[in-house]
Design a protein. Sequence first.
Length: 143
Amino acid sequence: MKTTRLFVRILMIWTALSPWAGFAQQSPTEKVIRGYYAAYEKKDWGSMEQLLADGFTFSSPQDDHINLKLYKERCWPNAYKIKRFDVVKLVVKGDDAFVTYNGWTTDGRLFRNTEYFRFKDGKIKENECFFGPGVNYPNNTKK
């Protein structure tokens, strides 16, 4: 095959596949969300704080729009019980995002939650956590 024909074919394939390349890239919002879970995995409060907007609130079945101070007192200690997060689904639309994940504790227990994030100026303004069925994390007793 002549070099010119080969080049044309490669160019055509590249052109056809290039729109798909954008799907592999993370949006800034997705990077912040993944950073949020990474901060828990690394037990790095400094990184977490940088991701949270002024006036941040957290809600769950156990908490109702608690502020950053209470979030750090009540929720952050769970970081020391968490080994990792496996994101199952992440959907971003504008300043809103939903994440469903499987979490693994340091003693091998599974918990599954869905979280709704609201962003302001590229930072997490609000997080609402919905605990998965059959799981009562942080007091998880199921394997």
